[in-house]
Structure formats: structure tokens, C-alpha cells
Design a protein around this ligand. Sequence first.
Ligand SMILES: NC(=O)c1ccc[n+]([C@@H]2O[C@H](COP(=O)([O-])OP(=O)(O)OC[C@H]3O[C@@H](n4cnc5c(N)ncnc54)[C@H](O)[C@@H]3O)[C@@H](O)[C@H]2O)c1
Length: 350
Amino acid sequence: MSKKLRCAVIGAGAIGLHHIQGFQKHPDAEVAAVAEVNPERRAEAVAKYALPKGVEDYKELLKDKTIDAVSVALPNALHAPVATEAIKAGKHVLLDKPMATNAREAQQIVDAWKEKKVVFMVGQNFRFNPETQKVKAAAAAGELGEIYHGRAHWLRRSGIPRIGSWFTQKKMAGGGCCYDIGVHLLDCLLHIMDNFDAEAVSGVTYAKFGPRGLGDGSWGKGEVDPNKPFEVEDFAGALVRLKGGKSAILEVSWALHAEKGKDHGVDIYGTEAGASLFPAMIHKAQGKEITSAAPVLETLPVPEERMVHFVDCVLKGVPPLVKPEESLKLQKILDAIYESGSTGREVRIA
Ligand SMILES: NC(=O)c1ccc[n+]([C@@H]2O[C@H](COP(=O)([O-])OP(=O)(O)OC[C@H]3O[C@@H](n4cnc5c(N)ncnc54)[C@H](O)[C@@H]3O)[C@@H](O)[C@H]2O)c1
């Protein structure tokens, strides 16, 4: 190996630090710099991970020809503008979820990526989970038969990231729990179903806890302004009609009067067997009984760490596990959930 892949992380908040750690796990990658507007968090990241450089303005890193790749761990509204700018600057880009705060901006990323031919991937970490990979492999091998329905849920009882932070401001977050955690499990479900082609979406959104100051979960490092109104949803539900007469249901909350212990999961139903996460199980008819067993897979198709996989995509030409077109289609579904929630009508997706 000649030169290591020189990566830079943009945003050193809660998840940006995970990005740094992730890249540092790859023997052929190094974190060359971090960009963070908050001076304390910038200095902390540089010191903790022994980084050569910390800058305030990410544009400095985009101009730096010695940096090969950047990962974006910024508030949602900055995802698409910064990712697009980075791609146009010729950098390989790993972007945290959600891809954007609307499909128009997500499309701009894809357009830039098609022109520049760099590696671009939204780091949907649930796809890299070993359990997900086992069920995906079973589904891809045809073990479930024809998959016709799936459901995904993430029902936090008290998990609003931080009331008053950017997460609860419409302009910076775009949306609430649906963009924040619904995006993870819907992506995971549609990945296993191998169907991101939605035809119609019927969705609902509610804000029943946040506006009352209830349901805080204390995640994140960004500044909190207690005077900011809670502007996003803390519950969302959707029925997604998929191509080929298939369907998917999503239920997601940041805060809910829900039973304890049923936090998050994915269920897939096929003609030959069903499957569920987490843990990974295959459910299959044996005579009159349905029996359940864990799927066996000796070697995972891709590493568990998304940053390690991303580096392999750049250095070894491995195809990205998360394809830009899939992320764009997912963004259109999420947008349709919000549109349907506000209009009260089913939204058709072209
Ligand atoms: N994949 C996951 O499991 C996962 C988990 C949590 C968060 N996220 C995503 O990661 C992103 C960041 O979330 P977080 O929890 O780290 O938020 P955070 O508030 O903890 O961190 C965001 C950081 O970005 C910095 N920042 C803001 N504008 C900047 C700019 N122009 N240049 C440089 N730095 C800037 C802030 O100062 C802050 O430190 C969000 O989009 C979130 O959805 C993903």
C-alpha cells in the first residue's frame, strides 16, 4: 500500500466523533482533519483522536488537494449543500442520514455525483449490522419466497434528541423522528425487500410531547435554545404502496406512551418464510407450526463499520452497499409522508 486514504470529518458533534473512530479502524485510512464551528468541540476532537488539524470552515478542507474524502456529520439542513459542494470539489463523500431535507436537494447530490464519478454513500448504519446482513442474504437467496409485505417500527418512549437543539427546529432538521430514526428502519426494511420503488404513500404526523416540553432524550452536542418552539413531529406513521403490489408500514416516535421493551424492529413477510430483526430470525411453516431459527452466515458480505466499507469502496472499488439512487428514492418516500401528513391525502410518487 502506498499512500493512506486521507479523510476529513465535517462536524465534530455526537456522531462526528463516531465517524473519526470509524475511519481510524481502517489500516489504510487516516483522519487528516476535522472541521467544526464550535471551538471547544473542535479542540476536543483534535486532542482526543490526535488529529493533525482542526479548522472552523469546512471549505478550507474542500480546497485542500491532499484530502481525498470527507464525511459529513452536520445538522440535516447542511447535508445536501455541503455534500454537493464536496462532490463538486472532487472529494469522495460519506454522508450521514438523512440524505437531505427534501428530494430536490437530494437530486442535486445525485446529479453532482453522476458528473464527478466519486464514491458517494449515505451511511445508513443499520444496513451494516450483522443481523441485517444475515436476513438480507437469506432474502436475496430466495429463502423467503416472494416478499409481499414488511413493517418497521422505532417507538422511543422518551427520546427527543434535545428539545431546543437544531433537531427540533424545522429549518435545521427538516423534520422530526421520521427523518431522524424512521429513515434508518425504513431504509433497512426496503433494502431487505429489495424494493425502493414507492407508488403511493399515506402518512400521518403528530407533535404531542415536544411542544409540552416532554419526552427529552438528551442526545447531541449542538447548542440548545430553550426559547425555540418545538416545530417538528414526535410521531409518524405511514403505509407505503410499493411497485409490484407490495407494501410497507412504518411507525416511529421520539416520544410515546408505549409499552416498554418494544423499541425497534423490522418484520418481513414472504410466501415461503418470514423474517424479523433484532435479533435476526427466520420464521417458516413446518406442517401446522411456524418455527423460528436464526439465519446462519459465516462471513459478512461487508464490514460492520460503515466507514471501513466506505474506504474499501474508494481504495478497492468495492460497490457501495447503499446506492445513491436508493437514498434518493427513500428521500421521496419521507417527503411524501410529510406531505400526506399535512394534506390528509395519499401522495402518488412518479
Ligand atoms: N447514523 C446515526 O446513527 C446517527 C446518529 C446520530 C446523528 N446522526 C446524524 O448526524 C448528523 C449530526 O448529528 P449529531 O447528533 O452529531 O448532532 P450534534 O448537534 O451533536 O453535532 C453537530 C455538529 O455540527 C457542528 N456544525 C454545525 N454547523 C457547522 C458547520 N457549518 N461547519 C462545521 N461544523 C458545524 C455543530 O457545532 C455540532 O458540533 C445529523 O444529521 C444526524 O441526523 C446520525
